[in-house]
Design a protein around this ligand. Structure first.
Ligand SMILES: C[S@@+](CC[C@H](N)C(=O)[O-])C[C@H]1O[C@@H](n2cnc3c(N)ncnc32)[C@H](O)[C@@H]1O
Length: 528
């Protein structure tokens, strides 16, 4: 049976002896059962191992944890179901997941391991299409690749990423991933990993990785670029259409780079940026002051240190991208105003707006998602801005129909594709579909109409997204203005630096140009 073949392949003894060969790999059937039981969703079985609870000190912890985390991310629900079925509590921490999946524990992760897990998991997800292309090419057999069991595939992806993208010491990477495959799966899987990784090493050393050439018509080129820069083909085609191939490549390169983060000093709690900088200096976290926003600091590394030190838990600061902070600059909250935040959860902009009210006025935070809205409420308390925030659990469309409330300012931070934040959301590119954009556009139009009802005469309506797609941004605003002649554009040049203002007076943070997340905002004024 094909499935059995994929589960029980062992790399031929000859291949192991001769290390890396350039010939197609041959897979021999195994006859024995796998040594260690593992979760295999394709077989739908999981036998708890007698080795459970066993500490394995030979396997590198960051690789075991990365492999399991990648499985969880890719398998999603199926994996969660398995853990629930097998007993509550066993999977509530990372090592619990490792133990239940691999049948053994590793030593606890230290700070270096944690950083490696973050790098490897993020990078392996981002580069998935590229890595799979290489793995498939080296296997010389697409069906073998397609039928590869999930854990084996994740181990190979990790090895390929470490060798090709992280330039880690190649033979150490081979040995470590072989060991993981042997212990977590069976000796034959280790031999297979050994053969494939050694072949990769040889190809890399000879500078002859099997990479496709960008040639042919527009579709063919997009398919190749999608492999080389590891994005869905539809995104490559869309960006090439809007900004040309060179700019699309720059954008994909940005999306594949390690994300940097910004921290906002929580002025609502009386924490100034100088206080935050002092804390970062004490923690030895390198940082730069934001050039655009007074409360913000940028960090490239050290987020884990900030989290561990409790700066977020204690409400001293929040993680917030400057691009999102500048949307609040476009709103320009003033003490005493009533601001309606129509799609508020989890509350990044709500909290920042509230912190600018100096205790006078109100932000009404509406959201459809009750759980996420609860986060807004709890964080508002932690940040000591709860006296100026009211949360309202509702669908904006029905709320606007039934409630006579009017705001001085109404912010609609609409649900969107998130195409501006792909560098931070490593897996989002694989979850988004082209069809989503059509559906989102309809929702955005409906929410735009509903939000407009809540604006008082002479009041301001701000429409924003974390997308860079013109169909979710400029086109939605143009369509709204046609439907609502009682609103007119108010250019944003008074509120954000000139570099962020488009010709038509919108706010646009462009990842390539500004090295920030992508974000968009339009400011519209209602007639008196
Ligand atoms: C982009 S997120 C908002 C992010 C938020 N403004 C922030 O800065 O943290 C969009 C939000 O819209 C909410 N949403 C989606 N459809 C909605 C609806 N019909 N009514 C109200 N909220 C909705 C989602 O639950 C989600 O929390």
């Amino acid at each position: 049976m094909a499935l059995v073949l994929s589960l029980r392949v062992s790399f031929s003894a000859a291949e192991t002896r001769h290390k890396a060969s350039t010939k197609p790999l041959k897979f021999a059937k195994r006859t024995r059962e796998p040594k260690t039981p593992i979760y295999n969703p394709r077989k739908g079985s999981h036998k708890p191992s007698s080795k459970t609870q066993k500490l394995n000190s030979e396997v590198s912890p960051h690789r075991a944890v990365s492999a399991v985390r990648l499985m969880r991310i890719e398998l999603g629900g199926a994996f969660a179901d398995l853990l629930n079925e097998k007993g509550k509590g066993s999977g509530d921490n990372e090592m619990g997941y490792v133990e239940r999946t691999l049948g053994f524990r590793t030593r606890e992760l230290d700070d270096r391991d944690l950083r490696l897990v973050t790098d490897i998991v993020g990078g392996t997800i981002r580069w998935r299409r590229f890595l799979d292309y290489l793995i498939c090419s080296i296997c010389h057999d697409e069906s073998t690749f397609r039928r590869m069991e999930p854990l084996l595939l994740q181990i190979l992806r990790i090895g390929f990423y470490e060798i090709v993208k992280l330039d880690m010491p190649q033979y150490a990477v081979v040995d470590e991933n072989v060991r993981l495959a042997k212990v977590a799966l069976r000796p034959g899987a280790g031999n297979l990993v050994n053969g494939i990784l050694r072949k990769l090493v040889l190809l890399k050393e000879n500078n002859s990785l099997p990479l496709p050439k960008v040639e042919g018509d527009e579709r063919a080129q997009a398919r190749t670029l999608a492999i080389l820069y590891s994005h869905p083909v539809w995104m490559v085609r869309r960006w090439t259409k809007y900004v040309g191939q060179e700019e699309a490549i720059r954008l994909m390169t940005w999306n594949n780079s390690d994300p940097s983060f910004s921290l906002r000093a929580n002025s609502g709690k009386g924490v100034s940026r100088a206080d935050l900088v002092m804390q970062l200096n004490l923690l030895k976290v390198p940082h730069e002051l934001s050039l655009h926003l007074d409360d913000f600091v940028r960090i490239k590394t050290g987020l884990q240190v900030v989290i561990t030190a409790g700066l977020l838990k204690d409400g001293l600061c929040s993680v917030q991208d400057e691009s999102a902070g500048m949307v609040v600059s476009v709103v320009d909250p003033q003490p005493g105003e009533r601001i309606i935040d129509c799609c508020a959860a989890p509350g990044g902009k709500t909290l920042y707006m509230a912190s600018q009210l100096s205790g006078q006025g109100m932000v009404s935070a509406i959201d459809l998602n009750e759980g996420r809205l609860r986060i807004v409420k709890e964080t508002a308390k932690l940040h000591q801005v709860d006296s100026v925030i009211t949360t309202i659990h509702a669908d904006l469309r029905t709320f606007a129909e039934k409630n006579p409330v009017k705001g001085d300012k109404v912010l609609l931070d609409a649900p969107c594709s998130g195409l501006g934040v792909l560098s931070k959301r490593a897996d989002l590119r694989w979850n988004r579909k082209l069809e989503d954009i059509e559906q989102l556009k309809n929702l955005q139009d409906e929410l735009f109409n509903a939000a407009s009802v809540l604006v008082k005469p002479g009041g301001v309506l701000i429409y924003s997204t974390c997308s860079i797609d013109p169909e979710e941004n400029e086109e939605r605003v143009a369509a709204f203005l046609l439907r609502h002649p009682e609103f007119s554009m108010d250019p944003v040049d008074r509120y954000v630096p000139p570099d962020f203002v488009t010709e038509r007076g919108f706010y646009l943070s462009d990842p390539v140009k500004h090295s920030l997340d992508g974000a968009f905002a339009a400011r519209l004024v209602r007639d008196l």
